[in-house]
Design a protein around this ligand. Structure first.
Ligand code: SF4
Ligand code: SF4
Length: 355
């Protein structure tokens, strides 16, 4: 940070450099703020005259990636769960496997033996394997726990980066941050694109990230609409192809297949000097969880009238349940911390009289 603050060659590339230049010294909170403000586009490494083999050994994308990953563990709630960020790929894989196994076991034990491989069709078909109220209670509890843990983590981060707890962001800063996060403004290397396997920037990672993010939002919207259908209209899943929850889920599911697959391929090809190699497992596990959520959901949609419905429902519910409970302890948190850092940055810029 000190070298960059003297050099300032990269100040037009992203939000990190202007935010850095507002400071002369850097507390842990400041470094965590800058680390989460970084979108890992790699441009400052490609442009840096002090990058290796120069003796200054400046590699900002990698340094900030390491600091960013350490900040996830530092703000984990409860504190006892911070260790889940170590060997995160293995932890997520284990939890997901156990979760899927538990649903298969539950479907087999709490129903007659042949129910798991039976053919169930029409409204309420899924509930032949697991009652709707059991599903609602289980998944609501998992989601509420995840939200609580995420809110506590964000609260600690917000306080650590210099904003008092209870201080709410002003509406223009919030709106600016929503726009910057929504179009991934700082994942474009200052306008040329993201650096991956070579020194030719592209927008590939940005496009795959958009597909993943908006695909996830559409899938979440599909679940919310289906819940409203159930409780307000007394209409039971599964729904027809043309019904709103299925349309939203299908569109979101396609995005959530292409986006994670593209990100995974881009990560594999990426120059290892740009990333925190020790956290490859965390990145890969999160991307695979999103891919599996979509894959199992679309497979369930296509094969719901066949004997494969039971195992596919167990797979889908198992993956989604694991995704919910591991959200505060995996790569999912990067979106929240990055958004909060963008809010802080927008506030700082407003206070400095810039836009
Ligand atoms: S990354 Fe390199 S070129 Fe860019 S500001 Fe820092 S020291 Fe200067
Ligand atoms: S990697 Fe990209 S977003 Fe991160 S500090 Fe460098 S230029 Fe900014």
């Amino acid at each position: 940070m000190t070298v960059c603050n003297s050099c300032r060659y990269c100040e037009g590339l992203c939000a990190v450099f202007p935010a850095m230049e507002m400071r002369r010294s850097f507390s842990d909170g400041d470094l965590n703020y800058l680390a989460n403000l970084c979108h890992a586009c790699g441009a400052c490494y490609a442009d840096c005259q002090f990058a290796p083999p120069h003796q200054f050994d400046v590699n900002l994308p990698k340094t900030l990636a390491i600091a960013r990953a350490e900040s996830y563990a530092a703000y984990a709630w409860p504190r006892a769960c911070a260790g889940l960020f170590e060997n995160n790929g293995v932890v997520i894989a284990l939890i997901a496997s156990l979760s899927v196994a538990a649903f298969i076991f539950g479907f087999s034990v709490f129903n007659e033996p042949r129910a798991l491989h039976g053919i169930h069709t029409g409204p309420g078909a899924f509930y032949a394997l697991m009652p709707h109220h059991a599903m609602a209670v289980l998944f609501s509890a998992a989601l509420l726990y995840a939200i609580l843990a995420l809110v506590m983590g964000v609260r600690a981060f917000w306080r650590d980066i210099g904003e008092p707890v209870g201080m709410r962001a002003d509406a223009p800063s919030l709106w600016q941050a929503i726009r910057d996060a929504g179009n991934l403004r700082y994942l474009d290397g200052g306008g040329v694109g993201c650096f991956n396997e070579d020194e030719r920037p592209t927008d590939r990672r940005k496009i795959y990230h958009h597909l993943t993010f908006y695909g996830f939002l559409l899938c979440f919207a599909a679940t919310c609409v289906a819940t409203l259908y159930h409780f307000l209209l007394a209409r039971e899943a599964p729904y027809a192809w043309w019904d709103l929850p299925v349309v939203l889920g299908t569109l979101g599911g396609i995005g959530l297949l292409i986006g994670p697959a593209g990100l995974l391929a881009a990560n594999w090809r990426r120059d290892p000097d740009l990333a925190d190699q020790a956290r490859t497992g965390m990145d890969t596990a999160f991307i695979l969880m999103l891919f599996l959520t979509s894959f199992s959901g679309i497979a369930l949609l296509l094969l719901r009238d066949t004997a494969a419905m039971g195992p596919l429902l167990a797979l889908h519910l198992g993956v989604v349940f694991a995704l919910f409970i591991t959200m505060p302890y995996g790569k999912f948190v990067h979106g929240l911390y990055r958004f909060v850092a963008l809010v802080r940055y927008a506030r700082e810029r407003r206070m400095m009289g810039n836009t």
